[in-house]
Design a protein around this ligand. Structure first.
Ligand code: APR
Ligand code: PHB
Length: 389
């Protein structure tokens, strides 16, 4: 098999890249290890920044997003048993849209297949060769794909990054001493907006997927297995952490239809290109989910990559491809800092003493009490700063 751009991975990065390239008249083949049903139902993050929504809409995959996405003008930070709203619309004129990552994936798969695009499911890539030359190849279970360029969009656990010779990549990494237990519950959300809650027992997050589906997270021990968290324990813990002092709020519960534990890490490789291999999305960088940046960064990478590839294929101009890493990294590191900052402000770290907790509470009081500080959050969370370059 032969194509212009061989794409490994049918997550948001790989699928959107294939879709954007098609818009430029450039052919691609997407190789995905899992089956279609699996990738369409894998529950992941769900917050889209405005620039992400704009891009999906402009490229023709915004129809269902516009109908079903929930536009939020702010979030709540809850600590010390009281809620404090950060009003994005008032502070920076921006909004976010809550729409599940797997819904974006479904829309992109449908668009690619309707346009006659090729996505090979259950076609796990096993090796990438020849990236230092002009005819790279991807070996996959079921065949070989020859291409002009390889896009490694295969997530953190993929194989594309390993094709880069040892020593050519610098890795920047931080592990966090906790994980997130995430659940999806068949119950209407208990709040109109997301609630980020800092509690002595650990972080909790109230999010949603639809007027009937609530998404909730709890900070847990990184070694915890899902079995350690029967439904009843989850609801009790969520109720305790999210409780408000005046008792004027209750968390609705319902059947839990999905449950999973995700470790938390910050990770970046530089550069994001080696020869004819380009890394995008989680293959190149991971952020802790507290800033809701993961999918938005993946979308930004492939926006830049698709334009650079179009210049190269059409005009032979290699400049934008040479500038790919630099064009992505400014935003990647802005998101890394913001995600680390939100994570540190809201979670309980094992080494934290009473002094540290007082510092956290003082910081939260400042962020929610000062217009200047709140504006910083309202610039970063919806993607007002760092979205270009
Ligand atoms: N061959 C083919 N496909 C592979 C391989 C392989 N060897 N290894 C991994 N994959 C596939 C995975 O099954 C997955 O469908 O690559 C895809 C990678 O998709 P994502 O993990 O969703 O990564 P990305 O597209 O970069 O999107 C980033 O995902 O993890 C979230 O929070 C993160 O929202 C962010 C988004
Ligand atoms: C989600 O809805 O899954 C979600 C929302 C906000 C986050 C992380 C995840 O910061």
């Amino acid at each position: 098999m032969r194509t212009q751009v061989g794409i490994i991975g049918a997550g948001p990065a790989g699928l959107l890249l294939s879709h954007l390239l098609a818009g430029h008249g450039i052919e691609s083949v997407v190789l995905e290890a899992r089956d279609r049903d699996y990738v369409e139902h894998r529950v992941r993050a769900g917050v889209l920044e405005q620039p992400t929504v704009d891009l999906l809409r402009a490229s023709g995959v915004g129809e269902r997003l516009d109908r079903q996405g929930m536009v939020h003008e702010g979030i709540e930070l809850r600590f010390d048993g009281a809620g404090h709203r950060i009003d994005f619309a008032a502070l920076t004129g921006s909004t976010i849209t809550v729409y599940g990552q797997q819904e974006v994936v479904k829309d992109l798969i449908a668009a690619r297949l309707a346009a006659g695009g090729t996505i090979r499911f259950e076609a796990k890539a096993t090796a990438v060769d020849g990236i230092d030359g002009t005819r790279p190849t991807i070996q996959f279970e079921g065949g070989e794909l020859a291409c002009d360029v390889v896009a490694g969009c295969d997530g953190f656990w993929g194989i594309a990054r390993d094709a880069v010779p040892a020593g050519a990549l610098s890795v920047y990494e931080r592990q966090y001493p906790f994980a997130w237990l995430g659940i999806l519950a068949e119950v209407p959300p208990s709040s109109k907006e997301l609630i980020y809650c800092s509690h002595e027992r650990g972080f909790a997050l109230h999010s949603m997927r639809s007027p009937q589906l609530t998404r909730l997270y709890l900070q847990v021990d990184p070694d915890d297995a899902v079995d350690a968290w029967p439904d009843e324990r989850i609801w009790t813990e969520l109720g305790t952490r999210l409780a408000v002092r005046d008792g004027d709020w209750t968390l609705g519960d319902g059947p839990i239809v999905d449950k999973g534990i995700t470790p938390m890490r910050s990770f970046v490789v530089e550069p994001m290109r080696h020869g004819r291999l380009f890394l995008a999305g989680d293959a190149a960088h991971i952020v802790p989910p507290t800033g809701a940046k993961g999918m938005n960064l993946a979308v930004n990478d492939v926006r830049i990559l698709a334009e650079a590839l179009a210049k190269w294929f059409k005009e032979g101009d290699e400049g934008p491809l040479d500038a790919y890493t630099a064009a992505c990294l400014g935003r990647v590191w802005r998101a890394q800092h913001f995600s680390w900052w939100m994570t540190s402000m809201l979670h309980r770290f094992p080494e934290d003493d009473a002094f540290q907790r007082r510092l956290q509470l003082a910081q939260l009081a400042w962020v929610t009490g000062s217009r200047a500080a709140a504006t910083g959050l309202a610039e970063n969370y919806p993607g007002v700063v760092g979205t270009r370059g």
